[in-house]
Design a protein around this ligand. Structure first.
Ligand code: 13P
Length: 389
């Protein structure tokens, strides 16, 4: 039935007013989250500090189970003291703070101390490295999907964040696991989890590292396909962050670089950079201070070369295009240490050399040679899905 001219006019006049008042309510809500958060200035300062050009993050937040798998590769038992000794070696490496601005820790590690009784958080702060904490509690399969996962840990998250802040943590990490070809269900579920987590972390003084990882998976998918899914996933995540009133200049992003599938020919650093930069320019607002890429299975040298190529592809990037590497900083360090006191200095030296190479790459000044040239992909069970990661 046709509307009378009068009622149609009345409706179109009413619609904008309704929409405008809804928009006003949303805007005021977001504004008040920002205004009422007593940590807001500190959060911004923390995020900017971690994103300092020429610096990156040491990801050392593997769960006890994953750490055990890593230690087993060099014949070291998975005891609390061995985990502690391994992290002590990392955090006390002389000069590490020149290249590293933040270290992500696991719950157990955040409360540990050196053999000499100095708390790890104090060791790190002395190096100029801010302590961070992984706050998700692992992955659960989403029913009705082909093994896709939802990241757990929202229950009690506020209380845990408050406890971590009290212990000295100033930033947090939550990892969502996605893939080329993720279902809409998995994308929406994980974007929601990341946004709720980021909102709760900011409310408790922790800068949230938002990590939507498109994992480097088997298959022959192309780099363009990876870029397509990474852009789509990042965009969903950003939209949800926005809807939940998360303040974007007080977060850090931890994405994957765009790479082709494991069974496809490897892409050149120039191609990785071209697609990765395009993806970031299309999906990540310039307000975000730092994009800290994960190494995700790339070799140590590949991680550095790709990071260097990113700067060449985007010399005036609005964000710091930098690193938050786990395997690409720890793998050779662990092999060199192998649980033996007499190897500790050499292992620390490798770690600092790797951190320096990536720092130079962040500045676009990496020229080589690489401290660990030519190594292969690091795909062993260093990071697992499943509970506790
Ligand atoms: P990788 O650099 O080993 O991928 O680990 C980074 C990380 O912390 C992913 O959550």
């Amino acid at each position: 039935m046709a509307l009378s001219a009068k009622s149609a006019a009345a409706r179109s006049a009413a619609a904008p007013r309704g929409a405008a008042s809804r928009a006003r309510t949303v805007r005021v809500a977001a504004l008040s989250t920002e205004k009422s958060n007593p940590y807001m200035e500190e959060l911004r300062a923390t995020a900017n500090y971690i994103a300092t050009r020429g610096k990156g993050i040491l990801a050392s937040d593997e769960s006890n189970a994953t750490t055990g798998k890593r230690l087993a590769t060099v014949g070291v038992d998975n005891t609390e003291d061995n985990r502690r000794a391994w992290r002590e070696l990392l955090y006390t490496a002389p000069g590490l703070g020149q290249y590293i601005s933040g270290a992500i820790m696991f719950d157990e590690t955040l409360f540990q101390s050196t053999a000499g009784g100095v708390q790890f958080v104090d060791v790190l702060k002395k190096q100029g490295i801010l302590p961070g904490i992984k706050v998700d509690t692992g992955l659960e399969v989403i029913p009705g999907t082909d093994g896709e996962t939802s990241t757990q840990g929202l229950d009690g998250l506020g209380e845990r964040c408050a406890r971590y802040y009290k212990q000295g943590a100033r930033f947090a990490k939550w990892r969502a696991v996605l893939k080329v070809g993720s279902s809409t269900t998995a994308i929406l579920e994980n974007a929601h989890g990341l946004a709720r987590y980021a909102q709760i972390a900011q409310a408790n003084g922790l800068v949230p590292i938002v990590e939507p990882e498109v994992t480097l998976g088997p298959g022959t998918y192309t780099i363009e396909e990876n870029a397509y899914w990474s852009e789509k996933i990042n965009s969903h995540v950003m939209r949800l962050l926005n809807e939940y009133g998360v303040v974007l200049d007080a977060i850090l992003l931890k994405p994957n670089m765009c790479l082709p599938g494991l069974d496809a020919p490897t892409a050149s650093p120039a191609d990785v950079a071209k697609y990765t930069v395009r993806t970031m320019l299309r999906s990540i607002p310039p307000a975000v201070p730092g994009i800290h890429f994960l190494s995700g299975g790339m070799s140590e040298e590949e991680s550095t070369l790709n990071l260097q190529a990113l700067q060449e592809a985007c010399p005036n990037s609005p964000w710091s295009l930098t690193f938050s590497y786990g395997r690409a900083l720890q793998s050779s360090t662990l092999k060199t240490w192998a649980g033996k006191k007499e190897n500790a200095d050499k292992a620390q030296d490798i770690l600092v050399q790797l951190a320096r190479a990536n720092s130079q790459a962040q500045l676009g000044k990496y020229k080589g040679p690489h401290p660990v040239p030519g190594g292969g992909r690091i795909l062993q069970a260093l990071r697992t899905g499943g509970p506790g990661k």
